[in-house]
Design a protein around this ligand. Structure first.
Ligand code: ZN
Length: 235
């Protein structure tokens, strides 16, 4: 039987690694991205470039990589007021969450992905959420997503499976997973063709990829890559 998956692919490091993970496992893989009025479109621009390079460099995966879907979620940007969608400084709020938190984002993403998967006949939803991130977004937690899987299946009368391969690993281990899946070629591709920086800086190139080097997302990415590269040297 043909296995199939829909990957929530933003153009960042985590979802790019998840895309490779899915291509390694499933016969047919499609991708979905969401334009919710992110302040910087750089991440979205990375999506098609990454998919193209992936096809060129990994012919076995090219056969499995199907359609890409980009959904307009401008509504989400209009009802939320966060540092990802408005010109604001990134800071922590009284809730203890950073103001980069977009309330309901992943709930909405998975609900729309499930609707799309339903229509396309895809059985597995793959997302790059993880509990080890500094930010502690409640909609990235394992319990949230397990409960959402149940809700979606009840509401759609389906047996979709939500997979989150990065849930319990840190950023260094995410690089190691990429290496395990696609060798140094995939590590380089993810480093050079994905975008994580909250400030939208895609000009300054560091060992760990593009970014301002100052924002929390860059900080996390840099530390993860340095830990990964350090382990490579030690090994
Ligand atoms: Zn940055």
């Amino acid at each position: 039987m043909r296995t199939s998956a829909l990957v929530l692919f933003s153009g960042g490091q985590d979802s790019a690694t998840c895309l490779a993970w899915a291509l390694d496992r499933f016969d047919a893989v499609e991708t979905v991205g969401f334009d919710y009025g992110q302040r910087h479109k750089v991440e979205l621009d990375c999506r098609e470039r990454f998919r193209t390079r992936l096809r060129e460099q990994f012919p076995a995966w090219a056969e499995r990589l199907g359609e890409d879907h980009l959904l307009d979620l401008g509504l989400l940007g209009r009802i939320s007021d966060t540092a990802l969608t408005a010109e604001k400084r990134i800071e922590f709020e009284s809730s203890g969450l950073p103001n980069t938190f977009v309330p309901g984002r992943n709930l909405m993403f998975f609900t729309l992905a499930a609707a799309l998967a339903y229509r396309r006949g895809l059985k597995v939803l793959v997302g790059g959420m993880c509990e080890t991130d500094y930010s502690g977004y409640p909609d990235c937690r394992d319990d949230t997503l397990k409960s959402l899987q149940i809700t979606l299946n009840l509401g759609l009368n389906t047996r979709l499976v939500v997979e989150t391969p990065l849930m319990w690993i840190d950023k260094a281990q995410t690089w190691a997973l990429a290496r395990q899946l696609g060798g140094d070629g995939l590590v380089r591709l993810i480093r050079d063709e994905t975008h994580t920086c909250y400030m939208g800086d895609h000009h300054s190139l560091h060992d760990w990829g593009y970014g301002c080097g100052e924002c929390p997302a860059c900080d996390l990415r840099r530390k993860g890559y340095e830990a990964f590269a350090g382990e490579m040297v030690a090994a």
